[in-house]
Design a protein around this ligand. Structure first.
Ligand code: F6R
Length: 366
């Protein structure tokens, strides 16, 4: 059942090229430069009238939501709030007519996310969900659903569910952008072409596996890790830290790179490895200078980059170099080394990777 892999988690990490291809399959209308979401449940006219979007989820799915905010605000120009389900449901949220809740849940059974869905609908909002498990409670109770089609996820630590959630959110943002006139057919076509090249690029990222295992070996004895990212890479820093905590039991924190000076820099010394997400984008230079600050304080840097230049190479102790894609889709690729670092550190520590202590795959109680 593990298909020759040592753990379900590793199998699921390696399934991502196929899983992402399945999330996209049958949903592109290339001739029209649009995206087709078969069970979205909302007509174009309804999508056009949305004033605000609330993305609501827990854990890893919430991290996907944080990236989704970038997608929807950029492509469809609708304001988006991202909420943790257990926080949303208890604060008498201001949501109603004209608002859309987007619930994200791999299992479709998470108690807090289900309660948030009911709260949003009871107040007059529409609700669509992004689920992996077909016909799950959250999928059934929503006005519409986008299934991720990742296939069963057995490992407790979410991997392929996360990257397919990112892709589903991107498809939703493209659709909203087309309906609302903020995205041209031609621009949509260009983004779709990039989406189609993702599975191959994920495969290339997976080829870094043994190099990442070596990096894990170097840093396995650390007691704490810091993960830094900016913009749409900040949620990936959070996700990298969560993966490491969950399966290796090493304390880890994700932080926006620009916030480092406002506190966490005090932690830096040679015992704190810092994973820095530094793909080429608008803030590349700023992130590299954050790396230099870490190094100046004796910190050790693991850089995750694309087209690393001299200054980046000089400022890191280990480098993971990924293929390039658009800034929007880069979080899918940077997720791969986040998963593999956590996986290899956990295996080296001898923890139960697929069934980490105290965790359940589906959290159906509060
Ligand atoms: C992390 C993880 C959890 C889940 C969270 C939400 O690896 O598995 O943080 O992401 O419990 O679960 P779903 O997506 O099923 O609602």
């Amino acid at each position: 059942e593990k298909g020759g892999y040592r753990h379900f988690m590793l199998k699921e990490i390696y399934e991502q090229p196929r899983a992402v291809a399945d999330t996209i399959a049958g949903r592109l209308k290339d001739d029209e430069g649009d995206v087709y979401l078969e069970d979205l449940g909302l007509e174009a006219e309804e999508l056009g009238r949305i004033r605000r979007i609330f993305i609501i989820a827990c854990g890893t799915s919430w991290h996907a939501g944080l990236v989704g905010k970038f997608y929807i605000e950029k492509l469809a120009r609708v304001p988006v709030e991202v909420d943790i389900a257990s926080e949303f449901r208890y604060r008498d949220p201001i949501i109603g007519e004209g608002d859309l809740a987007v619930l994200i849940s791999q299992s479709g059974e998470t108690a807090d996310t289900l309660a948030a869905l009911r709260e949003a609908r009871a107040k007059g909002g529409k609700a669509v969900s992004i689920c992996n498990v077909v016909d799950s409670s959250i999928a059934r109770e929503s006005d519409g659903v986008i299934y991720t089609h990742a296939g069963p996820e057995i490992g407790v630590a979410s991997t392929k569910a996360f990257t397919t959630q990112l892709v589903a959110l991107y498809l939703l943002a493209l659709r909203l952008g087309r309906v609302r006139g903020t995205l041209s057919a031609e621009d949509c076509r260009r983004q779709v072409a990039e989406l189609l090249s993702l599975p191959r690029k994920i495969e290339t990222a997976l080829e870094l596996d043994s190099a990442i295992e070596e990096i894990a070996r170097t840093f396995v004895s650390a007691r704490d890790f810091l993960y830094l990212g900016r913009g749409n890479q900040y949620p990936i820093a959070l996700e990298g830290a969560l993966k490491l905590k969950e399966i290796s039991y090493i304390h880890a924190e994700g932080y926006p790179a620009g916030e480092m000076k406002h506190g966490p820099i005090a932690l830096i010394d040679e015992n704190l490895p810092v994973v820095v997400l530094a793909p080429r984008n608008e803030t590349y230079e700023k992130v590299v200078s954050n790396m230099e600050e870490v190094r100046a304080r004796g910190g050790r840097v693991i850089a995750v980059a694309t087209r690393a230049d001299e200054s980046l190479r000089r400022s890191c102790d280990a480098l993971v170099e990924l293929p390039e894609t658009t800034d929007d889709l880069m979080p899918v690729l940077t997720s791969i080394p986040m998963q593999l670092i956590a996986y290899h550190v956990a295996v080296l520590k001898g923890t139960d990777v697929d069934q980490p202590r105290n965790l359940a795959k589906s959290v159906t109680v509060e």
